[in-house]
Design a protein around this ligand. Structure first.
Ligand code: FE2
Length: 241
């Protein structure tokens, strides 16, 4: 089977509310590998009032985790990244090179507060795009205003924004409303990436396989390969999707 690539996870040890230590990170990698995930972009939170990982440390910590995984015989490729919580300083920080893009590409993963209105999310993503980076909107289903209006997602895609959905949302972990919305997006082929947003190896573990099987059977194998592998490969190669 063509492997999956997870572009959004909090598996880097001890830097945010994700994995607390190396042992947990290695357990999480074991789970991911057992489900056919061979590549992961590590996306620690980058946000205000938070001890953010510098791009230099991001590379160092990612390589350290990958070395430890390889020592244990785990064949996984890891890449640095960030999940950027958008705020007034974001554009300045991007321009100053203080934020890690996804795998050193022109793609940036951006999140917002769940109650932020569409208009402000739209304007913020426009501002990110104006820096020359291509925004990937993290877990689109989490923003209440957008989840009520599927046409907003269409507008964002037209603007050049890429759409990421969490596997758990598709599988119903966050309720029927969110499940329904993500499945409508999948039906309309409006999703570019399904990722885990994993934070631990328990309730928010890096599970992708059941979601991949579901997408494959419901929306077709070609689309599943595209959103679990091909589009992520384009990020790794810094190609346009
Ligand atoms: Fe996240």
């Amino acid at each position: 089977m063509i492997p999956s690539i997870d572009i959004h996870c909090h598996i880097m040890p001890g830097v945010d509310d994700g994995s607390p230590d190396m042992e947990t990170s290695l357990e999480m990698l074991k789970t991911a590998l057992s489900e056919g995930t061979k590549g992961m972009i590590l996306t620690p939170h980058h946000k205000p009032m938070h001890h953010n990982v510098s791009p230099e440390h991001n590379i160092e910590y990612t390589e350290e985790l990958m070395e430890r995984a390889h020592e244990k015989g785990m064949k996984v490729q890891l890449f640095p990244g960030n999940e950027i919580y958008y705020c007034d300083n974001t554009v300045r920080e991007i321009e100053q090179g203080r934020i890690s893009s996804l795998a050193d590409s022109r793609y940036m993963l951006v999140e917002f507060h769940p109650t932020d209105m569409y208009k402000s999310i739209h304007n913020a993503l426009y501002a990110v795009a104006s820096t020359g980076y291509m925004p990937v909107l993290a877990h689109v289903e989490r923003y209440a205003d957008i989840a009520k209006h599927i046409k907003y997602v269409d507008e964002l895609i037209d603007m050049g924004v890429y759409i990421q959905v969490n596997a758990n949302s598709v599988m119903g972990k966050y309720g029927l409303g969110i499940r329904h919305f993500t499945r409508e997006l999948l039906k309309e082929k409006m999703v570019h990436f399904i990722a885990t947003d994993a934070h631990d190896n328990k309730g928010r573990a890096p599970h992708l396989l059941s979601c991949r099987d579901f997408v494959e059977s419901r929306y077709g194998e070609d689309y599943a390969i595209r959103i679990f592998h091909d589009n992520a490969m384009k990020i790794l190669r810094d190609e346009i999707i």
